[in-house]
Design a protein around this ligand. Structure first.
Ligand SMILES: [Zn+2]
Ligand SMILES: [Zn+2]
Length: 175
């Protein structure tokens, strides 16, 4: 029981922390994740699984750090559970990037995982096609609150600042 608790807490709370303390802030205010994970010039399987580019690895490490912190907190409950949670999280990283390799989730597996709100490779492919949707690394129930937070903070984002700068630059020419 403690094993299962430690494992689930690592995944569920780890995904929460990674989504709201790393992924969403990166999309709003920073460039590392967008330059690496959302670099459209390279295959995303490459930059999620194979690449050894330091910037790519740093993005992967910072995204994984919240899971590691949570695992450390539940370590005393069951360290094998915490380790299993981290391993499953890593396996899910590899699996959710396989759409590009032609993987399609078989219908029975899809039916099994849908009620558990687990992100399928096809779902995460949506995040690579449109970086404004499909948040949550492992669980889809983080998508709606993540997008609500993004919308609420959109005015503070790099995108808004850059757009503002562009209109400022355009303004004198129009005057
Ligand atoms: Zn990805
Ligand atoms: Zn992203």
């Amino acid at each position: 029981m403690l094993f299962v608790t430690a494992c689930l807490v690592t995944l569920v709370v780890g995904d929460f922390a990674s989504t709201f303390f790393y992924h969403v802030p990166q999309h709003l205010w920073f460039t590392l994740h967008l330059r690496t994970h959302h670099d459209r010039r390279r295959s995303y399987f490459d930059h999620a699984v194979i690449s050894t580019d330091p910037a790519v690895l740093l993005d992967g490490f910072l995204g994984a750090l919240p899971y590691i912190v949570v695992a450390a907190f539940v370590w005393h409950l069951s360290w094998p559970g915490a380790v299993t949670g981290l391993l499953l999280g890593q396996l899910h990283v590899w699996w959710r990037h396989t759409t590009q390799l032609g993987w399609q989730t078989p219908a029975p597996l899809r039916r099994l995982l849908r009620p558990l709100a687990i992100v399928l490779p096809e779902d995460h492919d949506g995040h690579h096609r449109n970086p404004d949707i499909e948040f949550g690394d492992i669980f889809r129930f983080y998508d709606a609150p993540a997008r609500a937070l993004l919308a609420r903070l959109a005015w503070t984002s790099r995108r808004a600042r850059n757009a503002g700068r562009r209109t400022m630059r355009r303004a004198p020419a129009q005057a």
